[in-house]
Design a protein. Sequence first.
Length: 306
Amino acid sequence: MRKKILITGSNGLLGQKLVYRLLPQSDVEVIATSKGQNRLKHQAGYIYEAMDVTDEQAVKDILLKHKPDVVINTAAMTNVDACETEREACRKLNVDAVEYLINTMKILPGSPHLIHLSTDFIFDGKNGPYRETDIPYPPNSVYAESKYVSEKLVEKSGLKWTIIRTVLVYGVVDFMSRSNIVLWAKDSLSKGKSINVVDDQFRTPTLSEDLAEACVLAAMKGATGVFHISGKDFMSIIELVNIVADFWHFDKSLIHPAKTATLGQPAQRPLRTGFILDKAINELSYKPHSFLEGLEIVDKQLKSDA
Ligand SMILES: NC(=O)c1ccc[n+]([C@@H]2O[C@H](COP(=O)([O-])OP(=O)(O)OC[C@H]3O[C@@H](n4cnc5c(N)ncnc54)[C@H](OP(=O)(O)O)[C@@H]3O)[C@@H](O)[C@H]2O)c1
């Protein structure tokens, strides 16, 4: 029997990586779902359904039609500043939609497995890098609060569940709706633009392929509970951007250090997050790439797309 895996938000960074990662796997049937049309270049070998996760009836109809064994919920309002100013939209997508998925999964046959994506932003950023046993409170933005609440819904859903928290994801996908730190830095520096980059935020940046691999490992092993998934290299954002500049041979004098507090962004950012990966390495056999290996993978993909 092939495992049916339904992905929400399949047009997104993680969603696309998941579809491409699972496609060659003959023991898996992929049902990709996202809002609107399928934006992946390759559209064969899997089913695509337009599914807006904030539409309760649509969620019910599609899940009951396909009866997935696993749902990987990547759909989310991921722009943290937009969440701050559009609170209602953030709640609908990051909280209510999770409730719709849970309610429908409860009436599916068998014991369907919900794999839900969450964030390092649920930590206050005072003591990173964090383990799964650290207390995720208090979240300090609307986005973080919405993700924290969604985690609680998943934990008490009564379903078989996994929460995968991740950190600053980077990578290349088809027709991207938003950029990420690596592509933003590369693009700005390649155009000779001066950039202000924070030197007081610390992260373990995550290659999107690594995150997809961890989701697949959890799905195939039926691993449950909370997992911290990120890259293994801990660095400040300005260090990260300097590594990007070195990698593509850009002028590092364009990079200017800044403090988070001076940027005036609507949403607060936790300063020091990043993850300790021991649990994922031991229980999922998760093997993250180094940040430099990640850049090599991104570089190859950019060249093959050109
Ligand atoms: N990226 C990060 O740095 C990061 C860090 C920590 C945690 N996470 C979490 O990881 C998960 C995946 O993130 P990501 O980077 O892959 O995000 P992403 O690239 O923004 O992808 C999210 C996808 O959800 C889709 N979507 C938006 N509204 C929808 C709706 N109403 N119904 C169905 N789909 C909808 C978006 O569609 P459009 O493309 O059409 O807008 C987008 O394709 C999220 O839960 C996020 O909170 C991400």
